[in-house]
Write a protein that binds this ligand. Structure first.
Ligand SMILES: NC(=O)c1ccc[n+]([C@@H]2O[C@H](COP(=O)([O-])OP(=O)(O)OC[C@H]3O[C@@H](n4cnc5c(N)ncnc54)[C@H](OP(=O)(O)O)[C@@H]3O)[C@@H](O)[C@H]2O)c1
Length: 266
C-alpha cells in the first residue's frame, strides 16, 4: 500500500506556548507536520521546542517557534510573511490564542470586555487578514478558529468571554461559503472544558473535563476532516446545544442555578 502523501506546507498555531495550542503543536509534530508555534512567551516556546524534539514525541515533524503578539497587526503581518518566506506556505492556520476574564454582571468593568475583544476577536481577525491574502491566490488552505461551546448561548460569568466566542462562531459561519469559493476551508473549533492553565483558575465543577492530550487528538482529527465544526468533548456540546433550543423561560431556569453568590442576585 502506498503511503498517503503528506500535505505540503506548514501549520501555524497561535497561542501555542501552553494549554490546548501547545498540546496540538506536539500532536501535529508527532503526526509528521512542520509546525510554527506562536505566542508572546519566548521561554515557554523554547521549552516546547525541546519537548517536540524528544525521540518519543517526534514522528518526523518539526517545530519552529515564532514570537508574536496577535494584537499587534503589523507584527502579525510580518510573522505571516516570515513563515511563508522561510518555512513554506501556510497550509493550515490554527487561530487559537485567546483568554478568559470572568465577569460578574453586578459589577462589570468595560476594560475587561475591551481586553477580551482585543485578544479573542481582533487578535483572530488580525491573523485572518494576511493568512487569507496568502491562501486565496493559491486556492488552497485551511483555517481553524478556536471559539468555545460557551459561544452557543449566554452563561453566567461569561458575559465578555461568551460575547467574543459567539462572535467568532458567527464570523466563521459568514466566511465559510465565501472562502469555499476561493478554495479555502474555514472551520470553527468549539472545545468544552480542557485542563489547561486557563481552566486551572476555575473554582466551579467542570463537567466532562478533558486532558489536553486527548483534546489535541480530537482537534487534529478534526483538522483532517472537512466538517465545519470541530467539537470536543461531544457530550457537553450536545447538552449545551439542547439547552440553547429551550424556550427562554426554561433556559434561564437552568442558567440561574449557575450564578455564584446568588443571595445578592435576588
Ligand atoms: N481550556 C478550555 O477549557 C477551553 C474551552 C473552550 C475554548 N478554549 C479556547 O482555547 C484557546 C486556548 O485556551 P487554553 O485553555 O489553552 O488557554 P491558555 O492555557 O491560557 O493558553 C492561551 C494561549 O494564548 C496565548 N496568548 C494569549 N494572548 C496572546 C496574545 N495577545 N498574542 C499571542 N498569544 C497570546 C498564550 O501565550 P502567551 O501568554 O505566551 O502569549 C497561550 O499560549 C483559547 O482561545 C480559549 O478561549 C479553551
Amino acid at each position: 500500500m502506498t503511503k498517503q502523501a503528506e500535505p505540503p506546507g506548514c501549520v501555524w498555531i497561535t497561542g501555542a506556548s501552553q494549554g490546548l495550542g501547545r498540546a496540538l503543536a506536539l500532536e501535529l509534530v508527532r503526526r509528521g507536520r512542520t509546525v510554527v508555534a506562536s505566542a508572546r512567551s519566548a521561554d515557554k516556546l523554547e521549552d516546547l521546542v525541546r519537548d517536540a524534539a524528544e525521540p518519543t514525541g517526534n514522528g518526523g515533524g518539526r517545530l519552529v517557534p515564532l514570537v508574536v503578539d496577535v494584537t499587534d497587526g503589523p507584527a502579525v503581518a510580518e510573522a505571516v510573511r516570515k513563515i511563508e518566506r522561510e518555512i513554506g506556505p501556510i497550509e493550515t492556520a490554527v487561530l487559537n490564542a485567546g483568554t478568559h476574564i470572568p465577569v460578574d454582571g453586578r459589577s462589570l468593568k468595560a476594560a475587561d470586555f475591551r481586553k477580551l475583544l482585543d485578544i479573542n476577536v481582533m487578535g483572530t481577525v488580525l491573523c485572518l487578514e494576511p493568512v487569507i491574502a496568502a491562501m486565496t491566490p493559491r486556492r488552497r488552505g485551511r483555517i481553524a478558529v478556536v471559539a468555545s461551546v460557551s459561544g452557543y448561548g449566554g452563561l453566567p460569568s461569561a458575559a465578555a468571554y461568551g460575547l467574543t466566542k459567539a462572535g467568532l462562531i458567527n464570523m466563521c459561519e459568514s466566511l465559510r461559503p465565501e472562502l469555499a469559493l476561493a478554495g479555502v476551508t474555514i472551520q470553527v473549533v468549539n472545545p468544552g472544558f480542557v485542563r489547561t492553565p486557563l481552566t486551572d483558575k476555575n473554582d466551579f465543577p467542570m463537567p466532562f473535563l478533558m486532558e489536553p492530550e486527548a483534546a489535541a487528538r480530537a482537534f487534529a482529527d478534526g483538522l483532517a476532516s472537512n466538517r465545519f465544526e470541530i467539537v470536543f468533548p461531544r457530550r457537553l456540546a450536545y447538552l449545551l446545544k439542547v439547552l440553547r433550543l429551550l424556550p427562554y423561560g426554561l433556559y434561564f431556569a437552568v442558567t440561574k442555578g449557575m450564578v455564584k453568590d446568588r443571595e445578592s442576585a435576588a
